[in-house]
Design a protein around this ligand. Structure first.
Ligand SMILES: Nc1nc2c(c(=O)[nH]1)N[C@H]1C(S)=C(S)[C@@H](COP(=O)(O)OP(=O)(O)OC[C@H]3O[C@@H](n4cnc5c(=O)[nH]c(N)nc54)[C@H](O)[C@@H]3O)O[C@H]1N2
Ligand SMILES: Nc1nc2c(c(=O)[nH]1)N[C@H]1C(S)=C(S)[C@@H](COP(=O)(O)OP(=O)(O)OC[C@H]3O[C@@H](n4cnc5c(=O)[nH]c(N)nc54)[C@H](O)[C@@H]3O)O[C@H]1N2
Ligand code: SF4
Ligand SMILES: [Mo]
Length: 704
């Protein structure tokens, strides 16, 4: 029998809306939801079928029987696995208190149920991956506007000039955003791209600045200086909504465009030309603050400077600029009922110090990497249990060996994952979640000018003995005495419970896979934005009161990044359009498209080392040595080498990806605590590596 099912892709965390066709319980076709994406899907999304049918994933709950990481497992029933985990959790709670359990979940709309579990247990320690992703950009946004990274949507389609610093938007992608960029270019919009290497985005751009690694802050300061000198800013918007503009003017006095050009290694005249264009294109100009920009010591300040440029452009709540995402409330509709919203927040202080030791950080998910220190010192209290849902800390954070040392102090490690993650392989228990094609999820809200509710429906029956997250949470909750927070026995009951206050019914999703909460896009009156900026003063704060109270500068003087000594390079990293971090590397189809990563090396630097395209090179840092093939190119700054993140996996049951390529995070030895003290992001780009030609290369014959 043929079926058409509305769902959401799960091959990466973007969760694009999709339509899936099935025949006799087999998936025959996947496409982007035609109502929202015009059918478009990325390579990873299309490879979902080969995830579904891949036997190299956990097929039933597993309990470790050898030492941690030894790879010897007992295959058990769900009841046995739930009982095992619950018994350990109950023991930890009895002995150390509930705060000794922490839970991490890769953010997004489905995290609600995970937060509810850990808060229901009585622990404040919910966390996620973000200190290795967007925390600097998030905290920069909070310090300026009082709203976080998701506090604005970028109206890229209608923008006249999109400016991207290390935001490789066409490769590190979201399908809807790629469509918008292409539409914007077709309509004559401009794209300016800044990176240390050429990328898929750079080659589509009208202008590409190849900068010296780590100098984005200098570039942004120089641009601010020139924008102010040329009076290319929105005076009226600034007078109305911005505090301490004068402090900004005085601060950037020293950073003129010629200085910035010299510091970054780009041409001053091209920068001037760029600023003259901004003057014409504003307010329809978007400076993307960097998703994760590049993780340098001062990335918080470079991201903040990019946010400041948006403010100078006056691009807030205008078409083609930054728009406040609207929610159900803006449409006169009550929001979905939240699981976490029903539960009193635990009052005990967080184990990572966020909110008390570090008062300027957003309490929300805190900062995962800080828990490693807590595990070792047991200050402010011991951490004894860790459950990771859809999160692989050994891929996500630097130095897995150091992480293991800290984790060895814990009594319980659990992975809830669709794959064998590197972390899962080290755990005591793996609870396998069904893939997105085999399961439903809780209903989610997607905010925007036209907010909507959206849901994921199972396309086919689970291939193996796996469960959905809501079933897993319920199974555990019942056994640790908090089942009443999860009042459902089936998906129908769960979704009905969520939808109850909204007036929307589950049948309403049948037509398009989502329910739009407004017919027309909603924009606020730009003259009445008071109250929208949630800073202490209610203004856009150039000098942030919160940072000042924490004794931290809002405008930090620029410091030039270290130049790598001879033989060393700065290790930078990024994504491939055909992989999502580490978890698609073993996917049969995607592995075929990109089986391993390479090390990009600048042609002149390679010539000095006698390295040619395809040669093996040894890349090492602090005693960690790896061998990888070189990709020799003119299109990377000579101070940097680059690799795609996610490779170098070490799970033997994943035969395609086992030891294929190199994991950049494994080279970042000793960097688990290397945090930007103001932004909270890990300084992943501050790793210098030594590169040399490997003895593994076949001897070249000498031509006579
Ligand atoms: N050195 C270095 N470190 C980095 C990065 C880098 O480029 N270099 N990138 C950083 C960035 S931007 C990020 S976002 C993080 C990402 O770090 P993670 O969040 O750890 O990465 P992912 O691979 O997206 O997902 C983690 C786990 O989710 C599992 N998973 C996938 N789908 C599902 C599902 O449907 N259900 C469940 N339960 N599990 C699922 C995967 O199998 C994987 O084990 O890493 C960061 N760390
Ligand atoms: N296909 C695919 N798409 C994805 C993901 C995925 O795994 N696969 N992951 C998603 C996630 S979680 C995230 S966070 C986003 C990340 O989206 P992006 O931030 O756009 O991601 P990256 O590919 O990591 O790009 C980082 C870029 O920074 C550059 N860079 C390094 N140093 C500097 C510097 O000093 N200055 C400048 N200007 N650039 C520098 C690198 O060369 C690289 O091109 O992508 C998302 N989209
Ligand atoms: S960007 Fe690609 S992999 Fe990610 S959710 Fe969308 S279609 Fe799926
Ligand atoms: Mo990310």
């Amino acid at each position: 029998m043929k079926k058409s099912v509305w769902s959401m892709c799960g091959m990466c965390t973007v969760r694009c809306p999709i339509r899936v066709e099935t025949e006799n319980d087999e998936v025959t076709w996947i496409e982007g939801n035609p109502h929202l994406l015009g059918g478009a899907l990325c390579a990873k999304g299309s490879a979902g079928i080969s995830l579904l049918n891949d036997p190299e994933r956990p097929q039933q709950p597993l309990i470790r029987k050898g030492g941690r990481g030894a790879g010897r497992w007992d295959k058990v029933s769900w009841d046995t696995a739930f009982d095992y985990v619950a018994e350990k959790l109950n023991k930890i709670v009895d002995r150390y208190g509930p705060e000794s359990v922490m839970m991490s979940c890769r953010g997004g709309p489905f995290a609600d149920i995970v937060k509810a579990f850990i808060h229901g247990l009585g622990s404040p320690n919910f966390t996620n991956h973000d200190s290795a992703c967007g925390r600097n950009a998030h905290h920069a946004s909070l310090s300026l506007y009082g709203v976080g990274r998701t506090g604005f949507a970028y109206d890229i389609k209608k923008t006249r000039h999109l400016v991207l610093f290390g935001r490789n938007i066409l490769a590190s992608l979201r399908v809807a955003e790629v469509n918008q960029v292409l539409d914007m270019l077709d309509a004559g919009g401009r794209l300016t791209y800044v990176d240390v290497r050429q990328t898929m985005t750079g080659i589509k751009a009208n202008r590409f600045f190849q900068v010296r690694p780590g100098t984005d802050y200098a570039l942004a300061l120089g641009i601010i200086h020139e924008v102010i000198r040329e009076k290319a800013y929105d005076q009226e918007f600034i007078d109305r909504y911005v505090s301490d503009f004068d402090a900004l003017v005085a601060f950037v006095e020293q950073y003129d465009i010629d200085w910035a050009a010299r510091e970054c290694g780009v041409k001053a005249e091209r920068l001037r030309e760029f600023v003259r264009e901004l003057a014409i294109d504003r307010p329809q100009v978007v400076f993307h603050p960097g998703w994760m920009t590049s993780r340098y010591r001062d990335s918080f300040y470079s991201s903040r400077a990019l946010h400041i440029l948006n403010v100078l452009m006056g691009n807030i709540e205008v078409e083609g600029g930054q728009i406040f995402p609207k929610g159900p409330g803006d449409c006169g509709v009550k929001g979905l009922r939240s699981f976490d919203g029903q539960i009193p927040k635990p009052t005990v202080k967080r184990g990572d110090g966020v909110g008390w030791k570090y008062s300027h950080f957003d309490k929300g998910p805190g900062l995962f990497h800080l828990f490693y220190d807590t595990m070792v010192t047991e200050d402010p209290y011991p951490i004894k249990g860790l459950i990771c849902v859809r999160h692989d800390p050994f891929s996500c954070f630097p130095d897995p060996a150091a992480q293991k040392e800290a984790l060895d102090k814990l009594d319980l490690l659990v992975a809830v994952d669709t794959h064998y993650s590197e972390f899962g392989w080290y755990c005591d228990v793996i609870l396998p979640e069904s893939t997105y094609l085999e399961r439903d999820s809780i209903i989610a809200t997607q905010k925007g000018t036209k907010p909507r509710f959206i849901c994921r429906n199972p396309a086919v029956a689970p291939r193996y003995d796996t469960k959905s997250l809501s079933e897993i949470i319920k199974g555990l909750a019942d056994r640790v005495g908090i089942g009443h927070y999860f009042p459902y026995n089936s998906t129908e009951e769960l979704q009905a419970w969520q939808l109850e206050p909204t007036g929307v019914r589950i049948e309403d999703f049948a037509e398009k896979g989502f329910v739009e909460l407004t017919k027309e896009p909603i924009m606020y009156d730009r003259q009445k934005l008071d109250g929208k900026f949630k800073t202490p003063s209610g203004k856009i704060e150039i000098i942030s009161q919160k940072l000042t109270e924490a004794g931290l500068p809002s405008l930090k003087p620029y410091e030039s990044p270290e130049k790598p000594p001879k033989g060393k390079f700065r290790l930078v990293f990024g994504r491939s359009p055909v992989h999502a971090h580490g978890h698609t590397i073993n996917n049969p189809l995607l592995h075929e498209l990109m089986p391993e990563n390479t090390l990009w090396v600048n042609r002149r630097a390679a010539a000095r080392m006698g390295v040619k395209e395809g040669d093996w090179v040894e890349v090492s840092s602090n005693g960690m040595v790896n061998t990888i093939k070189a990709h020799v190119t003119d299109f990377i700054h000579p101070e940097a080498v680059y690799m795609v993140h996610g490779f170098g996996r070490q799970v033997p049951l994943q035969t395609r990806s086992y030891h294929a390529g190199v994991g950049d995070q494994k080279l970042m030895t000793g960097m688990l605590a290397a945090m930007d003290p103001v932004g909270g992001g890990l300084c992943l780009c501050e790793c210098l590596v030594t590169v040399k030609r490997s003895s593994k290369n076949p001897k070249r014959m000498v031509e006579l």
